[in-house]
Design a binder for this molecule. Structure first.
Ligand code: HEC
Length: 182
């Protein structure tokens, strides 16, 4: 049971490497288990509590997209926050791709909640971050703005399901690495 979960995590993490790498791992269950359960990782791996991870890392990741959207009004008058030139669109694209990559940290042993709804919520945020990156690459302001709103909802999709009584992966996921349980 625990081993098949580890294999699944390894496959998820290696998804982008192609079939060959995935097959290679499936053929070597001992090595797969070692990397899948995180037992070889440093003791402070994924130690940042979820609340801190969210408030400092995920929120900051979302801002990498949202800071390029909408309008502000201050003493200098009203002005657009949307990227104005190639360099700014490039930064917006980088922000979106950074967010897409950050979502992977929610799937790491010690942080992932062993529930398909968790994985689906993560995938939802990642898909939109990638969509934002594509819109930024095309300098498509309308599409970029629209994705920003959807992204906010996608974050809340997980919050609605998991924040009430959130206890973290230690008790919810018995397969979490030892570092989290001590
Ligand atoms: C897969 C689930 C999941 C996804 C996706 C997710 N979050 Fe969270 N988030 C949580 C959980 C769980 C908590 C509650 C953590 C706690 O209180 O211990 C939380 C809490 C937060 C908090 C409150 C932190 C605090 O100080 O109380 C912020 C801000 C936040 N998330 C931002 C985001 C943003 C921005 C996104 C999307 C870009 C996002 N989250 C996506 C699970 C998720």
């Amino acid at each position: 049971m625990r081993m098949s979960k580890s294999v699944l995590i390894a496959v998820l993490l290696l998804g982008a490497c192609g079939t060959k790498a995935t097959q290679g791992n499936a053929a070597a269950p001992a090595a797969t288990t070692a990397s899948g359960d995180g037992s070889h990782l440093p003791a402070d791996f994924a130690r940042l509590p979820m609340k801190e991870f969210m408030g400092h890392v995920m929120q900051n990741g979302g801002e990498g997209v949202w800071r390029w959207q909408g309008f502000v009004a201050d003493e200098k008058g009203e002005r657009s926050l949307f990227p104005k030139d190639d360099k700014e669109w490039e930064e917006a694209e980088s922000g979106a791709l950074t967010l897409a990559e950050l979502t992977n940290l929610l799937l790491m042993p010690g942080r992932r909640i062993d529930d398909p709804k968790w994985d689906a919520a993560v995938a939802g945020v990642r898909a939109l971050a990638l969509k934002a990156a594509t819109a930024a690459e095309k300098h498509d302001k309308d599409a970029f703005f629209a994705v920003g709103g959807e992204l906010d909802e996608a974050c809340d999709e997980c919050h609605k399901q998991f924040i009430p009584n959130f206890v973290g992966p230690q008790s919810a996921n018995p397969g979490a690495p030892p570092a989290k349980t001590s």
